[in-house]
Design a protein around this ligand. Structure first.
Ligand SMILES: Nc1ncnc2c1ncn2[C@@H]1O[C@H](COP(=O)(O)OP(=O)(O)OP(=O)(O)O)[C@@H](O)[C@H]1O
Ligand SMILES: [Mg+2]
Length: 273
């Protein structure tokens, strides 16, 4: 286990007595002889953007998969609002209010934006049309989808009935982020949402992430993009060799210092956040 110190109470966005919205303690996940997560801890506090950075293979995706029910850890504990939870499937975590956009983007290209937003949560028509004939309430889903997309400032999406395969990468990401923001009631987790996006699209997704936070949902953001991380993160969790090396902030450390800790070139400092 690591020799971490406690979270510093002086951090701007949370007080020492705050209960993390989401917390992992000593998570372990092995694939045969490969140790993907090696006793990893994580705390996400109310109203913050927590970035998770680390080299390829550091266990970032595995860690968030454990938090979102996509993998079941071999050992360790997860707490949501201070209550122990054990997610067996992604649906368990979603029902508990945790929405995740995975690194391999999970939108259905052949479906339109509204259908993608409601994928797995299709709304039925009221009365027997819905309950007996299982008819979908398309009009309602469409207007809801429009509302969510405009709430998030996704102004470029003219037609909510447009197939997602005809959208650009950035717009697809926006749909995925909008979906997580619309349905996440406690936590939104985004694994590399700006990878492979152009400058403009990347910035738009960053703004979406800020909007999500400002609407009160804490966000876990996994990213290799240091300028993005330093631009929007409140705190930065550095994952190394399957566990948390330390937590810093964009104010406490520079980008090159963060990279040095990430790669093992520098000793991880005690938590400054
Ligand atoms: N399903 C799997 N089967 C076998 N090994 C796996 C599996 N998933 C992850 N691993 C291994 O676990 C380790 C951590 O992988 P993980 O995907 O969590 O890393 P990551 O930090 O997200 O990397 P990246 O930055 O490349 O996305 C890697 O060595 C990886 O090969
Ligand atoms: Mg990954």
């Amino acid at each position: 286990m690591s020799s971490e110190t406690d979270v510093n109470p002086a951090s701007p966005r949370h007080a020492a007595d705050q209960t993390p919205v989401l917390q992992a303690k000593g998570l372990v996940k092995k694939y045969g002889r490969v140790v993907a997560i090696d006793g990893s801890d994580l705390e996400l506090y109310p109203g913050e953007i927590l970035a998770v950075i680390g080299d390829n293979g550091a266990g970032k995706s595995s860690l968030i998969k454990a938090l979102s029910g996509a993998l079941v850890p071999d050992s360790g504990e997860i707490f949501l609002d201070g209550q122990r939870v054990q997610f067996r499937t992604p649906m368990d975590a979603r029902s508990a209010g945790i929405e995740t956009v995975y690194q391999t983007l999970a939108v259905a290209p052949g479906l339109d934006i509204a259908d993608n937003l409601f994928l797995g949560r299709e709304q039925r028509r009221p009365g027997p049309l819905g309950s007996v004939f299982r008819m979908l309430d398309r009009a309602h889903m469409r207007s809801e989808a429009k509302r969510h997309m405009s709430e998030l400032g996704v102004a470029t999406l003219q037609n909510i009935g447009q197939a997602v395969e005809s959208l650009s990468g950035g717009q697809r990401q926006a749909v995925a982020v909008a979906r997580s923001a619309a349905f996440g009631s406690k936590v939104v987790i985004l694994d590399e949402p700006t990878a492979a996006l152009g400058v403009k699209e990347g910035n738009r997704v960053l703004q979406l992430i800020r909007d999500v936070r400002d609407r009160g949902l804490p966000v876990i953001l996994i990213s290799h993009n240091m300028p993005h991380v330093f631009e929007i993160a409140d705190r930065i969790h550095i994952q190394r060799l399957g566990r948390r090396a330390t937590v810093i902030t964009p104010r406490s450390h520079s980008m090159s210092e963060a990279v040095a800790i990430m790669t093992g070139a520098a000793e991880p400092p005690p938590h400054t956040a």
